[in-house]
Design a protein around this ligand. Sequence first.
Ligand code: AMP
Ligand code: MN
Ligand code: MN
Ligand code: MN
Length: 276
Amino acid sequence: MSIDLHSHSSHSDGELSPSDLIELALKNKATMLSITDHDTVSAYEGLGKRSGLQVIPGVEFSSIWGNVNVHVVGLGIDPFDQDLLSACADQSVRRLKRAQIIAWRLFSSRVVPSVELAMEGVLEIAGRRAIGRPHFAEYLVQIGACADTGSAFHSYLAAGKAGDVKDQWPDMDEVIAWIRQAGGTPVLAHPAKYKMTRSKLIRMITDFKKFGGESIEVCSGYQTNETTRSISQLSERFDLSASCGSDFHSIDRPWSQLGKVPDLPKNCRPVWEKWV
Ligand code: AMP
Ligand code: MN
Ligand code: MN
Ligand code: MN
């Protein structure tokens, strides 16, 4: 049995269309899948069903806690809920404003030739997708400012770099409320990725729980067994159910392949219990 509750399609920064994602999930023998695009649920518009695979509608919201850009996955949402759709529309406006600030910051750092040209190039790359830093990374490669997208993040887009703009995002409690009102379960995404000290992480999880968070990603993409064990202990301590997801974006990232997620440790209460 393989369950993958965190993945990206071409509606945000993933490579595959939603229907190709479903085919790949079947090929990789997944039985349950959630497509959790960044701040959009448009992948679910007109998405057909396939036997053998249970699709749990999801989303990954960008939010802010203190000065940290925290991602909250919403699982089991109604992707046609009007309030949720209007929240996604707000996020899309925020993404566009943020892209302009990123372009301006990269121009100030003399990385791009002009704000206008950078916006034109990035908008062309993003097309109708949820515009974000990965599209800037592609643009920087395209204009020859960086050798590859990894080094574009490393030099200009990762946390603390010129293009790391996060003050546009709503507070964590707000995105948790969006998910809950749309009938979904709020899941704290990839806790190890924030590179926080354990005491800061505990403060964040305390707030997440207080704001109505219900679950935490115990298994996410590639992480050490030690990390998984440590997060599973937090899930027990805070009585949060456990989720698992590859955070799949594309097939050229061997450490994050669709449906290839380790089993949850035995002490965990799986988030998907209510859907089987
Ligand atoms: P954004 O939604 O604009 O904040 O961009 C966040 C996305 O950028 C993440 O979901 C990843 O897909 C990607 N990303 C973040 N950090 C890196 C990195 N160091 N290298 C490559 N991609 C990254
Ligand atoms: Mn992404
Ligand atoms: Mn994320
Ligand atoms: Mn993700």
